[in-house]
Design a protein around this ligand. Sequence first.
Ligand code: ATP
Ligand code: FE2
Length: 341
Amino acid sequence: MSNTLNENASITSSSILSLGIESTAHTFGVGIVNDGGKVLSNIRYVYRSRTGIHPREASRFMSRHAVEALSEALSQASLSLKDLSIISFSRGPGLGPCLRTGATFARFLSSYLKKPLVGVNHCVAHIEIGRMLTGARDPVILYLSGGSTQVISYLEGVYRIFGETEDIAIGNFIDTFARSAGLSFPGGPIVEELARKGRNLIDLPYVVKGMNVSFSGLLTYLESLIGKYPIEDLCYSLQETAFSMLVEVCERAMAYLKKDELLLVGGVGVNTRLREMCRKMCEERGASFYVPPAEFCVDNGAMIAWNGILHYTKGDILPVSQSHILTKWRVEDVSVKWWEG
Ligand code: ATP
Ligand code: FE2
């Protein structure tokens, strides 16, 4: 749980109050945001397990905490249910049982309160909260999380994917390595901490193909080195190698698209070393680097609430009867009607 608010936003234009419900994977998030971009609350309950995500267990965890998260979000914002204007929920992509839990809760609230329901794409929500909070206008977006590794940018009405992983996502790669090394889940923060104490850079496979990357060979190789090198050096070398690959493909995308902004979003974007490497690359190109505060990089309800407002202002309302979840909803399938680059 956290309560960092976006102090720069306008408090005055608050005619629309959006409740956002996030439930794609391990996080049940409830956030409230107004149409001036003010984050009034952002409550997160994170399902944790030593062995990764078990979708059914995670969805039961969400059902147990849904009402609690909602009442905390309302009380943090000093609002009651009747003050809400719209109910936004993450419709996909994600794990079926988890998405269904959030969607059911959202449908109930929308029907009971007689307020419009808005379906939000989780990936687009990561991007839009990042743009809103940082002021990035038309960036190349590096979206890195447990399940995603994509280089994205806006082109002709949609966010297009210009590069991605050819196998596993960066967060999944780090978490799997951490589990193999006997570290707990999620591995990202632990690997980052250990990497700080690493001194020796081990030569590892570096796989970049155009604007795509691949981590499976790197994972297998690193796993074969567990026990043969200090864990600190393995974590350090993992970060230096994998993050260099990602920074390289971003730089290529920026040159190709002639864009001079980079926006980092998603849970892996919390990593300090990654941020430093992105910033340095941008400085060398004379470009600007943007990344939102950590609580808005990870999965959260505020990003769903904010993207819900963007949809709603363009008339995108979802009838409850058509609000089935979309587990494989791609970022390129969302029409970005609100775009002003
Ligand atoms: P998505 O549904 O967008 O794929 P997600 O379910 O993976 O999101 P996020 O909260 O966006 O959820 O990201 C979680 C991932 O971020 C995990 O893989 C975790 O290890 C990683 N992570 C968190 N903190 C750090 C860190 N400091 N360094 C590197 N990785 C991190
Ligand atoms: Fe996410």
